[in-house]
Design a binder for this molecule. Sequence first.
Ligand SMILES: [Fe+2]
Ligand SMILES: [Fe+2]
Length: 334
Amino acid sequence: MALDNIRLEVMQTVEKSVDGFIDKYLIPVEEIWQPTDLLPNLQNENYMDEIVQIREEAQELGYDFWVVLVADMVTEEALPTYESWLMDMEGVEQHGASHGKQNGWARWIRQWTGEENRHGDTLNKYLYLSGRVDMKEIEKTTQYLINDGFDIGTGRDPYKNFVYTSFQELATNISHKRVGQLAKKKGNKMLAKMCSVIAGDEMRHHLAYREFVKVIFDYDPSEMMLAFQDMMKKKIVMPAQFIRESGDDIATAFENFSNAAQRLGVYTTYDYIDILKKLNDYWEIDKFTSLTDDAEKARDYLMALPDRMTRIAGRISIPQDQHQFKWVAANGRL
Ligand SMILES: [Fe+2]
Ligand SMILES: [Fe+2]
């Protein structure tokens, strides 16, 4: 479906500012951390001590913890899906231009992808060294997730996609940060550091995407408001919503993983509501004065949504039974 010309015009206008966004929110390759900065250096003579330490510290972490860490890692590893999805947005032009003349949005997406790619890489290496999980089952899950693809309900609409990424980057910031805090509590310093450093990247990305939306609000407030409403009505679900274990149908794994994350307090319904409130505040949706009638209604809906969701959240209980994932060996169940 082709979008109206105004969206394309807005994207082309904002594109002129993308280099500034890259400078402000992304970090050049030579300056940013790499996974090996956070992992044992296997070229060191005492590498074995470090690996033994990882494995010992890993014994302190419980079953739900591993499930959540694995699912977080797999989610990061499905990055090819996200990059290709974003590259398909209206206003992104990936063909033809040589470096330096690339379409600004394509350049943003590429460099964002380059940063994101380090997350799965880091966690994958850690999990492999921990000895606590079944890597082959995890690898199959990753391959399934990439094979299956996804549909986050945004279509090619940049407005909706930027609502999704604004939301999702903050959700991942919260969940990586909390996993890191749990690891730290159990004396697992290396993993704690990894998670908090990754969480820092997610925060920068969140700040960028919410800025894109803010700028779009300046140019096209009513349409931006409607896009925001549409995404919140659909609910923003993690890109791993279609995650599955080998031999399984789509969907059940995500629910079980999500329950584990809620039990641990790593990412809960209240976090979801909190993110929504923060976005409402930052975009100052209460302040727009010349919205269309539909957009006015959308604004009312969005303003009322956090309270409405809080009332419902109080009535939902989280299942306590742990699903037995193939990713984490039964004897590792704590
Ligand atoms: Fe990430
Ligand atoms: Fe991210």
